[in-house]
Design a protein around this ligand. Structure first.
Ligand code: CUK
Ligand code: CUA
Length: 646
């Protein structure tokens, strides 16, 4: 696949070939004809060739994009920018049976908040699991800003396996980020709120409202968050924001931005200026710097924690007393904070400031060691002097938001929201190197494994919030625009646009496809959500219907081109459970299953068991059938549910 791609590039990049060669698809002068007919320049053709995958050729990288308000994850290939899959995460998704079969309902149910069903999510930050600060291709996590939750996706089958609800936050944004060996996940709150579940008047903001960072313990072997071993660092109500975990030299530390050092709480009732001005009055906000490793040790002693909603919270004074929590001023209303591949530099973007600020971890450590503090905040947290903690600052343009690193020492790419640009600069020498226009209003940007200790270079994807005129008009709600940029040369070159038709995708993480090894089938009889053999596993010849009182259990098999049994007769009011085992071993021979009018659907991949459950409360005759076009006799793959009044 690699070879094919290289061959193609060398073929098309040769400009003599471009103008003179005959192309198999068209014959003499075909390329010229196509270029003329479609109004393409030579540069256009080269760009097209850089992203074109002939049929059967795979992509070098896979990108995992947040699905924004869809609550899902999108997967696409780079450089082809071909959409490969949606992964159902926080929102029911019928194709995958997510929320329509029993196995996936159990996953979605983990995301209930205080007993309340939450059937959407506002996904922002996906993160790939790491070993030694490098992407290892095992797990993907993603946060939900609106309902503070984190989901774990297994990259062996691209299915969501776990959802955890933050027990103390009411919203969150600074998640989710793995530490360098995926033993912890950082999740920072966003809008400050009381940690308990009670009403507290807004006048008590400074006393009762809190921000924080939850450190979720993660088991990288089994891919599950361990809620009991997790803890939260209590923080002031400064509206915490994006975060990043230290790596290498800064391993053990975490960094979290904030944008409301004013502790402004809204002014409608008391005649204060509107929100924006209120939260941006001060010239600086605070970068929170915390030693989560030390705090994890402290949290083991019950004397050091407050238990809130059954969850351990380390109070600010305990963190301060143990030299584990510090603040550093940063230009007001910052946005991204990104630790460089060595762990020494922490780059914070200004958003309302035209600068990026490069903090030095070793300078921060020296200030901490010497207790060289510039003062304390109202909560007694030591403040480090900004100038002394900075390696330097550089003016980049209007609205710097997020950063990505490259394999070249000191090279960094930053998104400029207001200027609609990606700027390449050097964070060590503090020099701007290049900039390219994007379309339009870029938020995050994604390099190839760029947030790890092993960035690959090659491409940057600009995640643009607005597409305006880039695509056919499909009504007032536009798709967003992911633009692929070639960064392999001195000058960045914009290659192609890709519309994202599923919510606002805040962030993307990427990985070399060679690091992923997803399976093509399950061990026969597997409940894919638990990875255990299902109680409903049914082999050929074992199909049966069991009745106990009003409970009817159907043990069914699916194989081209039969659903066995072909007739299920029940009484009105019976509780019906249908276990389906897909007996296929062939790759991509998925069968779907639905019972008409009963709002159930399952996707049953080879080897999988999926279960649908319903009360037979509608009397009548209901066809059930396979919903995937699986063979020439697909339409014949059906049966009848007979519901009679006894
Ligand atoms: S955020 Cu949307 S552009 Cu939620 Cu990471 Cu910056
Ligand atoms: Cu099985 Cu269609």
């Amino acid at each position: 696949m690699e070879r094919g791609f290289k061959l193609l590039s060398s073929l098309v990049l040769s400009s003599t070939l471009l103008t003179t060669a005959s192309i198999a698809a068209g014959g003499d002068g075909a390329l010229d004809k196509v270029m003329k007919a479609r109004g393409l320049s030579e540069a256009d053709v080269v760009r097209a060739a850089k992203t074109y995958n002939p049929t059967g050729v795979h992509d070098k990288y896979l990108a995992f994009s947040s699905g924004g308000q869809s609550g899902q994850v999108l997967v696409y290939g780079v450089p082809s920018m071909r959409l490969l899959k949606y992964i159902a995460v926080f929102t029911p998704e019928p194709w995958q049976g997510y929320g329509f079969d029993e196995e996936s309902k159990k996953v979605l149910d983990q995301g209930k908040i205080r007993g309340k069903d939450i059937t959407w999510g506002d996904t922002h930050h996906p993160a790939l699991s790491e070993t030694d600060a490098k992407a290892d291709g095992k797990w993907l996590i993603i946060n939900d800003k609106a309902n503070p939750r984190i989901a774990v996706i297994d990259l062996s089958d691209f299915e969501t396996k776990q959802i955890v609800v933050n027990p103390v936050f009411k919203s969150e944004h600074g998640g989710s980020f793995f530490t360098q060996d995926s033993e912890w996940i950082i999740e920072a709150a966003q809008y400050a709120a009381p940690f308990d579940n009670n009403y507290h008047p807004i006048e008590d903001y400074k006393e009762s409202y809190r921000g924080g960072v939850t450190m979720w313990k993660f088991d990288p072997k089994h891919g599950r968050i361990q809620e009991k071993d997790s803890y939260t660092i209590e923080l002031p109500p400064y509206m915490q924001d994006l975060s990043d975990a230290g790596k290498k030299v800064s391993h053990g530390w975490g960094f979290t931005n904030s944008f409301n050092s004013e502790m402004y709480t809204g002014g409608i009732e008391v005649g204060m200026p509107p929100n924006e001005a209120g939260m941006s009055r001060n010239d600086t906000d605070y970068l929170h710097v915390y030693n989560w490793k030390k705090l994890a040790e402290l949290a083991k002693d019950p004397k050091n924690v407050k238990v809130i909603n059954g969850h351990r919270v380390v109070p600010m004074d305990i963190a301060v007393k143990n030299d584990a929590l510090f603040l550093i001023p940063e230009p007001k209303s910052p946005h991204g904070v990104d630790v460089d591949p060595t762990g020494e530099y922490i780059v914070v973007c200004g958003k309302l400031d035209t600068h990026a600020s490069v903090y030095s971890f070793s300078k921060i450590q020296t200030l901490i060691k010497n207790k060289d503090y510039a003062g304390t905040d109202p909560y007694g947290i030591p403040i480090l002097d900004m100038k002394k903690a900075l390696h330097g600052q550089l003016e980049l343009g209007l609205g710097p938001l997020h950063n990505q690193y490259s394999p070249i020492d000191g090279e960094i790419y930053t998104s400029l929201y207001v200027d609609s640009q990606v700027v390449k600069w050097n964070f060590k020498t503090l020099k701007v190197l290049d900039r390219v226009n994007v379309h339009y209003n870029i938020g995050h940007l994604a390099g190839m494994e760029s947030n790890t200790a092993d960035p690959q270079g090659e491409y940057i994807i600009a995640l643009n919030k607005l597409s305006i005129d880039r695509f056919n008009n499909v009504g007032p709600l536009h798709p967003q625009n992911h633009q692929l940029i070639d960064i392999s040369g001195n000058k960045m070159d914009l290659l192609v646009d890709m519309p994202i038709p599923l919510g606002e995708p805040h962030d993307v993480v990427t990985i070399r496809a060679s690091k992923l090894h997803p399976k093509v089938r399950y061990e026969m009889g597997t409940n894919s959500r638990t990875e255990q053999i299902s109680e409903g596993k049914t082999l050929a010849g074992q199909e049966r219907i069991e009745r106990k009182g009003n409970d009817v259990k159907v043990y069914a098999t699916l194989v081209r081109s039969h659903i066995n049994p072909e007739r299920i007769t029940v009484n009105k009011g019976d509780n019906v459970t249908i276990y389906m085992t897909n007996l296929e071993r062939a790759e991509d021979e998925t069968h779907g299953f639905t019972v008409d009018n009963y709002n159930v659907h399952a996707s049953v991949e080879p080897g999988k068991v999926a279960t649908v459950k319903f009360k037979a409360d509608l009397e009548g005759v209901f066809p059930y059938y396979c919903t995937e076009f699986c063979s020439a006799l697909h339409l014949e793959m059906m049966g009848y549910l007979m519901v009679k009044d006894p």
